[in-house]
Design a protein around this ligand. Structure first.
Ligand code: ADP
Length: 469
């Protein structure tokens, strides 16, 4: 609860800083044209999450005038809800702890998780520059420790990870004089002779503006909140919920880039969580581990799938149910496991003394759920579940879950200088991209924590190159 309050306060703080500062703190860019509908700048950054902020800071540090447009009333995107930490290799923390996680380990882990599908050149850059990214965060005043059991993880010494990151980026952007325009949505890239020369935006008063720039950096995040794009490329996930995303990542940058000829890759991969709740994804082991009794029921109180299916195979099974939701139900034995305890606390599961009370609290028919649990406890199963457990030991726990997008692993293609490339690998002049919008770092599986590193490593590259350095 405390963490949530802290997060909300941080969000309000960031929003209020920028509502003020967007208006007066920074040098206004040149406005030209008859009705002041044209603005000229060196670098236009579209999107104010982690990648956009880092790109903007770096372009400004390299001497460019920078406008950053963010369509939401606040900065942060999905970066602000990042929960855990970053992945970095060969850092001072590894050396101090005497626990190695080398650049080679970092590359190998990233390639393994992505089944060798990631772009090795981009992955090598990510790993080699990850320590610089980590040291930069420390230079911004952030404090981290090593997760010694899983030494790829570098985690905050205290506090909420995502909001700390965004707070630090925002103060640095302010210091560097980035002209941040909130509630300003980019709608289209403007090209001349095949070169991107700016973008059309709609500002908070609904006024259409043309922002002309030597370079445009797309940092609009993924499409976690764009059901149409998820379903188009992954029909199995059509109708997925987006409760793990903020409102902004609707694939705008992806669509705009494709419109001007950008290539795309790994479109068949989207990181989904079948058992998502608002604010937490329940680990699937609570319904799938050997001998574990957790089950999934639908709104009719009936089981509908083999709960031990692979997580991604469970997604369409749940999406096929009424309202595209399910209910995780388990007993005290599952609660005793690490993931069970976490699910109850962070997943805000309801606890009751009887299955019937649980069903009622979940808004389900008590008789139907009672009969489902009794049949399951007798070993009855029509879905091919081989590792049946029992749901018999009070108290009982339950919560509604919905398959949700967690991370967009697919995206547009870039080269090592973060120039957006077309289907033939040729750079589209004037157009750069960084962050979740980009494909190539993950393939079919994401190393969690690489996304912060990606934002910094490629955001810095984008800012530098866009500034002409
Ligand atoms: P990343 O981790 O790649 O930085 P985030 O999700 O943190 O991605 O941030 C992406 C940001 O881009 C969000 O704040 C989102 O609101 C913003 N955004 C998305 N589409 C547009 C758009 N058309 N114009 C301006 N900002 C946008």
């Amino acid at each position: 609860m405390k963490k949530r309050i802290a997060l909300v306060l941080a969000i309000i703080l960031i929003a209020s800083i920028f509502v003020g500062c967007a208006k007066q703190a920074v040098e206004p860019q040149k406005e030209v044209g008859n009705e002041s509908n044209d603005i000229v700048t060196d670098v236009l950054v579209i999107g104010g999450g982690g990648a956009g902020l880092v790109s903007a800071i770096t372009a400004a540090e390299n001497g460019a005038n920078v406008i950053l447009v963010e369509k939401m009333p606040m900065l942060g995107g999905n970066t602000i809800i990042s929960a855990t930490g970053l992945t970095a290799s060969d850092t001072a923390l590894h050396e101090e702890a005497g626990i190695p996680f080398t650049v080679e380990d970092h590359i190998a882990r990233t390639m393994d998780m992505g089944k060798d599908l990631p772009d090795l050149e981009l992955v090598t850059i990510l790993a080699e520059e990850s320590n610089t990214a980590y040291e930069w965060l420390v230079s911004l005043g952030l404090s981290y420790k090593l997760n010694e059991e899983e030494p790829w993880w570098i985690i905050p010494t205290e506090g909420h990870y995502g909001s700390q990151l965004v707070n630090a980026y925002v103060s640095e952007a302010t210091k560097q004089g980035v002209d941040v325009r909130l509630e300003t949505k980019a709608t289209e890239l403007v090209t001349e002779d095949g070169k991107v020369v700016g973008a059309k935006v709609v500002d908070k008063d609904g006024k259409e503006l043309d922002i002309k720039a030597n370079a445009v950096i797309l940092a609009t995040g993924g499409f976690g909140n764009a059901g149409d794009l998820i379903g188009e490329y992954n029909p199995n996930y059509a109708g997925a919920h987006s409760i793990m995303s903020t409102a902004g990542p609707t694939g705008d940058g992806f669509r705009m880039a494709v419109e001007v000829g950008a290539g795309m890759r790994d479109m068949e991969f989207h990181q989904m969580r079948p058992l998502a709740t608002p604010g937490y994804w329940i680990r699937e082991s609570v319904i799938s581990e050997e001998g574990i009794g957790g089950i999934l029921v639908n709104k009719d109180g009936a089981r509908f799938a083999n709960e031990t299916l692979k997580p991604l195979d469970l997604v369409p099974e749940i999406l096929a149910q009424k309202d595209r939701v399910g209910y995780v139900i388990f007993d005290a034995d599952v609660f005793e496991t690490k993931n069970g305890t976490a699910a109850v606390g962070k997943g805000k599961m309801i606890q009751t003394d009887t299955i019937e009370e649980l069903a009622e609290a979940l808004g389900l028919n008590a008789e139907a759920v009672g009969a489902t649990v009794a049949a399951y406890n007798e070993g009855q199963d029509e879905f091919g579940r081989e590792t049946m457990g029992k749901v018999t030991k009070a108290p009982f726990y339950g919560v509604q879950v919905a398959p949700s997008s967690h991370y967009t692993m697919a995206g547009i293609t870039i080269n090592a200088d973060t120039q957006v490339t077309d289907e033939n690998g040729e750079a589209i002049e004037g157009l750069y991209a960084a962050g979740e919008i980009v494909g190539g770092l993950y393939g079919s599986g994401r190393v969690a924590g690489n996304n912060t590193t990606e934002n910094i490593v490629f955001g810095k590259r984008a800012g530098k190159h866009a500034a002409g350095k």
